[in-house]
Design a protein around this ligand. Structure first.
Ligand SMILES: [Zn+2]
Length: 64
């Protein structure tokens, strides 16, 4: 069973990210708006710790 690291979606600062790739214990998350907005902001996490906050988004946060 994977609990915290098994999630497919993550919320951060009003943006949502979909799990993009996993390398060793690092998980790379890609902005879920990337398909619509060509935003390529990614976040890298290890466990529940964010080690790379990613670049600026090309769009405002999604408040929903
Ligand atoms: Zn974005």
């Amino acid at each position: 069973m994977t609990s915290s690291t098994g999630a497919r979606l993550m919320r951060l600062r009003g943006y949502s990210y979909g799990r993009h790739s996993v390398c060793s214990n690092k998980v790379r998350w890609l902005c879920s708006e990337s398909r619509n907005t060509k935003c390529h902001s990614t976040v890298v996490t290890i466990g529940r710790q964010i080690i790379s906050p990613g670049e600026k988004h090309t769009h405002p946060p999604n408040s929903t």
